[in-house]
Structure formats: structure tokens, C-alpha cells
Design a protein. Structure first.
Ligand SMILES: O=C(O)CCC(=O)C(=O)O
Ligand SMILES: [Fe+2]
Length: 357
């Protein structure tokens, strides 16, 4: 294995199978009905089949792809190119915008998922600059800090491309939240209100070629703590989703100009488990590098996440205790930065019934 650090090696059961599993992929959903010139109300009759399709995809997969989503292709392509140019810089140059204890936004190449090192480099940015989040995971510590973006000097266009991209993708996020609300039988705007002081992040992921793709992962298996994640991947492929029906790891084949949408932990809790946040991971490639760009759509730090009252009653009791989103996030960050010997915080820790998540 030469000089590869043992911290990257997955235990046997978590190593990827590199042989392709040909199987039913995640649903591909066409949003063109939303883009018709008279832009229909989200609850118009013409949109109902789409709402049903989204509801089924959220219930059965927790993951789907969308096409004809309204985000201009050029805007995504430009950000991808700028991201590539950033990651092509020397380590020394990239480290000028390293994240640190003071500012958790920036560049890093040493993340661990479930205590195994990920084969990736990352630039993390907040969507609202600055974004307020708790300083500490301690429940009684009310102090907040500002998360601030560190923009690299090179390539100079990265900032503008990123801000433009975020603006466009957020429109898609709000449309999807409306459709998801409606699919749960709620008013279209029921979920959007939580995002007023949103603590959303955009992450530029870069996966360099890897000499041991059968032993390591770009990102180890995990669920997103977000409400919703909107992911752009390039045409290399590598994302795998754990299929709910049989626990098999299924590849998400790159589809031109599609976005991959996944239900995060927060929607799982809001929906009282009608929709589930599903495990996923990213494989790496022996020859090729890969870029992916998730936008983690999160509510304000002060949001108390709990099953929505409209979705619970005497027959369908709340399955989770309320939790504070900012504290959840701060706890997660704490165990990501250091390689802690504790299990990362999960929504299952707030579960009221016996079933574990
Ligand atoms: O690179 C990918 O395809 C997935 C990345 C991911 O799941 C994440 O950054 O949370
Ligand atoms: Fe993820």
C-alpha cells in the first residue's frame, strides 16, 4: 500500500464493491410543469401528479434526481470550473483559507466520517454571510458566533460564481419545499417559514484520484443533518445511496444537468418518519478526480426541530423529542473536527419509541 495513511482504510464491511450493481436507480423527476410560462400555483391541478411523484420518492427512497429544474446550466458549470481551478492550486495556496477553531468555514482536507478519514478536500461556505450559530454544543451556553466566508484570492471569480449559483439553487430549494409540504398534506408554505434566518451551507467537494479506491471512501456512509440537500455532481459518478428496501448500495449515475435531492434528518423529524433521511457515501476513482457541490438547506439556529403537530395525533404519536438545530449542528461539528471516540450525534438520540434509526 506504500505511503497511504492507515486512517483512510475502511473496515472490511464498509469497503465499496467496485463491480457495478445494475439495479433500479433513484427516481428521476421532471419539474418542467413548474416552468410553464404562466407559472402555476404550487397547488394547481396540473402540479398534482408531480406532488404525488415527489411524495412517493421521499417515502420510498429519500433520494431523487430532478431535471428541468430552472437552474441555468451555465451557472452550475461556471461554479464547477471555478471550484476545479481552486482545488488545482498548491496546498500552500489553499491553506491560506483554512478553517480553524475561530472560523469553521474554509478549506480542509482532513475530515473523518465515522472515524475513518475521507479521501477528499473541501471548501465550506455559508449561504448567508455571516451566519449565526452557537459557539458550543453545551446546552446552557447561549453564546453565538458568526460564521464568515473566507474567499480565496484565486480564482478571483469563485466568489461571484458561487453567490450566483446559490441564488439560483435556493429558488429550486424553495419550490421543492413547497412540493414536499403539499405532498405531506400541508399548506404549500408550511416549511418555507423555517428558513427565514437560514443556516445553510454550500460545500465544494473535491475527490482526488485514489490509489486504493477499494479500501477508502471519498465520504464515508452518513446521513445529512440538513432539512434538504441539493447536490450537483460532475459526470464521473461515485455517489451511492443505501436502498431502503434491501440495504443494497446503489450507484447514482450522473444524469446531465440533473440535481440530486435528498431528504435530510430535519424533514425526517418534521414528517414524523413519513419521509426518511437515507445513508449515502461517495466512492473514489483510481484515475479520475471528481467534484460534487452539495447545498445543505438548513433552518435558523434557534429552530426547535420536532414532528409537526399537523402530522401527529393520538393514533400517530410524535416519535421524537424536540431538539435545537443550532446545538445539534454544534455537536456534530465538534465530533467532526476531532477524531472523537464517541458516536456522532444522530436524530435517533432524540427518538421516543424503541425503534432505532
Ligand atoms: O460527493 C457526493 O456525491 C456526496 C457528498 C455528500 O454526501 C456530502 O458532502 O454530504
Ligand atoms: Fe451527504
Amino acid at each position: 500500500m506504500g505511503e497511504v495513511d492507515a486512517a483512510f482504510i475502511q473496515s472490511t464491511e464498509h469497503r465499496p464493491k467496485l463491480a457495478v450493481v445494475e439495479a433500479d436507480g433513484i427516481p428521476l423527476i421532471d419539474l418542467s410543469v413548474l416552468n410553464s410560462p404562466d407559472s402555476p400555483e404550487p397547488d394547481a391541478v396540473a402540479v398534482r401528479p408531480l406532488i404525488a411523484e415527489i411524495g412517493e420518492a421521499c417515502k420510498n427512497w429519500g433520494f431523487f434526481q430532478v431535471i428541468n429544474h430552472g437552474v441555468p446550466f451555465k451557472c452550475r458549470k461556471n461554479l464547477e470550473i471555478a471550484a476545479r481551478n481552486f482545488f488545482a492550486l498548491s496546498k500552500e495556496e489553499k491553506k491560506k483559507v483554512s478553517r480553524d477553531d475561530e472560523n469553521p468555514m474554509g478549506y480542509y482536507d482532513s475530515e473523518h466520517t465515522k472515524n475513518v478519514r475521507d479521501w477528499k478536500e473541501v471548501l465550506d461556505l455559508v449561504v448567508e454571510d455571516p451566519t449565526l450559530l452557537p459557539v458550543s454544543h453545551e446546552p446552557d451556553d447561549k453564546e453565538l458566533k458568526e460564521y464568515i466566508n473566507q474567499w480565496p484570492e484565486y480564482p478571483p471569480e469563485l466568489r461571484e460564481e458561487c453567490e450566483h449559483y446559490v441564488e439560483e439553487v435556493q429558488k429550486l430549494a424553495y419550490k421543492l419545499l413547497e412540493l414536499i409540504s403539499l405532498s405531506l398534506g400541508l399548506p404549500a408554505n408550511r416549511l418555507n417559514g423555517f428558513f427565514k434566518d437560514q443556516a445553510s451551507f454550500i460545500r465544494l467537494n473535491y475527490y482526488p484520484p485514489c490509489p486504493i479506491p477499494h479500501l477508502a471512501l471519498g465520504v464515508g456512509r452518513h446521513k445529512d443533518g440538513s432539512a434538504l440537500t441539493i447536490l450537483a455532481q460532475d459526470d464521473i459518478g461515485g455517489l451511492e445511496v443505501k436502498r431502503k428496501t434491501d440495504g443494497e448500495w446503489i450507484q447514482v449515475k450522473p444524469t446531465h444537468d440533473a440535481y440530486i435531492i435528498n431528504v435530510g434528518d430535519i424533514i425526517q423529524v418534521w414528517s414524523n418518519d413519513r419521509y426518511e433521511s437515507v445513508e449515502h457515501r461517495a466512492l473514489v476513482n483510481f484515475e479520475k478526480d471528481r467534484i460534487s457541490i452539495p447545498l445543505f438547506f438548513n433552518p435558523a439556529h434557534y429552530t426547535i426541530v420536532e414532528p409537526l403537530e399537523e402530522l401527529t395525533d393520538d393514533q400517530n404519536l410524535a416519535k421524537y423529542k424536540p431538539y435545537n438545530w443550532g446545538k445539534f449542528f454544534a455537536t456534530q461539528k465538534r465530533s467532526n473536527f476531532q477524531k472523537l471516540d464517541v458516536e456522532n450525534i444522530q436524530i435517533s438520540h432524540f427518538r421516543l419509541s424503541e425503534k432505532s434509526g
